[in-house]
Design a protein around this ligand. Structure first.
Ligand SMILES: [Zn+2]
Length: 444
């Protein structure tokens, strides 16, 4: 699901109206798939989030707290691909073999690239118009901007780049000799640049819902079965995918059959009540997402995120000690770090919203700062003994977090020194600011 960039919105206020133009066509598409829109859902720009969904009228009979209900027929699923003969044509001379299998996310991304190439001739043209043309994940930062990002973001960006590049190269290999059914041109040249694939990949990554294959009938056979190395349980969800995420609510997706025995996908609000006034934004929950996850997968982060978990790495602690910030001048034996690594005690060193530090973080700080011995048998006794015996490490933790805050502040300053920032870098800046706020709140 995508939150359009707040920044972009501020820069291009004028385009708001233009963006709204996709709505009549999208309604037409949705109605053609059997959507009744009984609750009178519509799309609006909200100052907090950019585009989002809301009701046009007061809800009176919605006792079941259903936020949205759409026909599964409106989704783009494996069934959509299986019934698209032109798209299947793209694979006409492909030898499906064990080595060149791809996952369903890649196939969906390829499908979006293909529909994008068809433009107005695409049956999904109305839907395509609703997908933002650019995304604000840190993946799309410039090199100069990336130099101002913390290690954990860089590692994630590199992992995403590797995944996408490998996938792209593999698809190019598979489709090397194929031609486009619509224009006869070489498929790779007309529809499939790396930039377009990145766009499609992130669109699929952030805008799909999970849908069991039990709910998808592929009458037209199983053409893609030989190509896929996983179950096609993702679906692009027109209209629904414009609903923004909130950390303040819980929602539950479900599939039901309506009175005509057609399947509908709906999202129910749990344990709270729906907005009563029309044009108030309707949020859904994408799950218990930390800001890191929201930023790297969806391109935004939330202030005061209730699901926030801040991860401390062992390299953070090593750098902290090397910088002489621990205030002890203690000699830290290599054996201790080796012991911690050997027993994976540095996994899940977390600061959790409302809960504080995780056991492993407490343990590692205790071993490093409170234990004089570095003999494995002694360390072992402590690590796997009674957790109650661990000393208070609040002071050391606060110093460590202050060190992280100063590190993040430096990144922020470096970003601010750049002349212009992409929307991605602005989102990364917000993320850094929110990390700092979170750590400060924890220290106080
Ligand atoms: Zn073509």
């Amino acid at each position: 699901m995508g939150r359009t960039s707040r920044v972009r919105r501020r820069l291009h206020r004028k385009s708001t109206h233009e963006e709204g133009n996709f709505l009549p066509d999208l309604y037409k598409y949705m109605h053609s798939k059997g959507w009744k829109n009984e609750s009178q859902l519509t799309v609006r720009d909200f100052s907090e989030t950019g585009r989002g969904i809301c009701y046009k009228q007061t809800q009176i009979n919605n006792h079941d707290n259903i936020i949205i209900k759409v026909p599964i027929k409106s989704f783009i699923t494996i069934a959509t691909l299986e019934t698209d003969d032109d798209f299947k044509q793209v694979f006409s001379s492909v030898e499906f073999s064990e080595e060149n299998r791809i996952n369903f996310q890649e196939l969906l991304a390829l499908y979006l690239c293909y529909q994008n190439h068809l433009q107005q001739r695409s049956p999904l043209y109305a839907y395509l118009q609703t997908i933002p043309r650019s995304f604000t994940n840190p993946y799309f930062c410039t090199l100069d901007e990336m130099r101002c990002l913390p290690e954990e973001l860089l590692e994630k960006i590199i992992a995403q780049k590797t995944t996408i590049k490998t996938s792209y190269a593999n698809l190019r290999k598979i489709l090397a000799t194929n031609h486009c059914a619509c224009c006869g041109l070489h498929f790779l040249d007309v529809t499939f640049t790396i930039q377009l694939y990145e766009w499609a990949y992130f669109a699929v990554n952030s805008r799909t819902v999970h849908l069991s294959t039990n709910y998808v009938t592929t009458n037209n056979g199983v053409f893609f079965k030989k190509l896929l190395n996983n179950a096609p349980t993702m679906a692009l969800a027109p209209f629904l995918d414009m609903a923004n995420h909130s950390d303040k609510i819980n929602t539950c997706p479900m599939v039901i059959a309506n009175d005509k025995n057609e399947l509908e996908f709906m999202i129910k609000l749990e344990r709270s009540s729906l907005p009563t006034k029309p044009f108030e934004q309707l949020y859904i929950s994408y799950g218990m997402c930390t800001n890191f996850r929201l930023l790297t997968d969806y391109g935004f982060s939330l202030p005061g995120n209730r699901h926030e978990v801040f991860t401390i790495t062992l390299s953070d602690i090593e750098k902290f000690i090397k910088a002489g910030k621990n205030g002890y001048g203690y000699s830290f034996h290599r054996n201790k770090f080796k012991f911690i690594r050997d027993h994976n005690l540095h996994d899940a060193m977390l600061i959790i919203f409302d809960e504080g530090m995780s056991h492993n973080l407490h343990l590692v700080l205790h071993l490093l700062f409170k234990v004089e011995s570095y003999f494995p048998n002694i360390l072992s006794e402590i690590a796997f003994g009674d957790a109650q015996q661990l000393a208070d490490v609040q002071l050391e933790l606060n110093l460590l977090l202050e060190y992280k805050i100063s590190e993040y502040t430096t990144f922020l300053q470096q970003l601010s020194r750049l002349n212009t920032l992409t929307a991605s870098a602005t989102m990364a800046k917000n993320y850094l600011t929110e990390c700092i706020e979170f750590l400060k709140m924890y220290i106080s």
